[in-house]
Design a protein around this ligand. Sequence first.
Ligand code: ADP
Ligand code: ADP
Length: 298
Amino acid sequence: MRPAGFAAAVAPAGRCPFGPPGSPRPGSPYTRVRLCSPSLFSPALTRTPPAAASSGRRTWPWLASSEGGTGVTRSDPLNMTLFGPPGSGKGTQAGFLVEHFGIPQVSTGDLFRGEIKAGTELGQKVKTYLDRGDLVPDDITLKVVRRRLARPDAGRGALFDGFPRTVGQAAELDRMLDQMGRRMDRVLFVQVPREVLVSRMAGRLTCPRCGRTYHPELAPPRSGGLCDVDGAELVMRDDDRPETARRRITVYLEQTLPVLAHYRQQHVVSDIDGTGSIEEVRGRILRAIDGRRRGDGS
Ligand code: ADP
Ligand code: ADP
């Protein structure tokens, strides 16, 4: 179902809702955007920022009792995955969940874009895949994730976003977590109809510094085209152009959706309706996680 008020943000087929984009920046995964109408960011449309973090809430004993697992105690790391097609709102919801649970976000897309921006050898290798909307090969992706999990903050656990994306990555992640004495605690499967995905991606504005995403109507930044968090100029991702966005959805259906069966076998999947407002989706996610506390199914 299309969220209320969504149509206004949708550009005519194949056209950027912000007017003609600027020329792509060499070696960058982003295109600078010139906002076509400042009224898109009028105060009337400005949303309340996510609720302040309820800090210190890092206890999740329900994950042990309801799953019949090996026993998760109050201090155990929490490992969750936001799973869903591109544009379903994973990154948006991750921003809130990492604060709420006090665990770092591990977004392979953000890690790859960071490498490209920094001009590293790895960045050069992965750029062609991102440009085409294809998946980066598993060996490179797993190397990046392994390196990220070795950082101290991942000792508290991780909120994976956009990972794993193939059955091979999921199997290897199981092994990695097992070696660390952990397991995947919850997979949050965010479902959104295809036509809504393309429209959301066409309107997505990304902060090249912190990775936070916005939408001119549905999640507008507080001031013009600048990030609320760090004031960086927001940009449009090159791979959010409609033709690449469609390719990414096809890749998701063919190569990523099968990962769900892997986790369904482990009984850790919660199905989340990703339509409606950001706050509504957030509420559903928190209720799904709370549902596990009561051990009442997904
Ligand atoms: P979205 O959030 O819109 O789904 P991402 O930022 O997660 O997009 O990913 C952007 C691109 O980065 C993907 O199209 C793909 O090329 C690459 N990528 C990200 N995560 C992975 C992954 N786990 N495996 C392979 N490629 C990935
Ligand atoms: P993903 O990480 O799954 O690719 P994002 O979180 O980046 O998706 O969201 C894609 C776009 O949709 C962004 O412009 C974001 O502001 C917007 N968006 C996210 N959640 C919602 C929602 N519930 N309703 C409308 N727009 C949303």
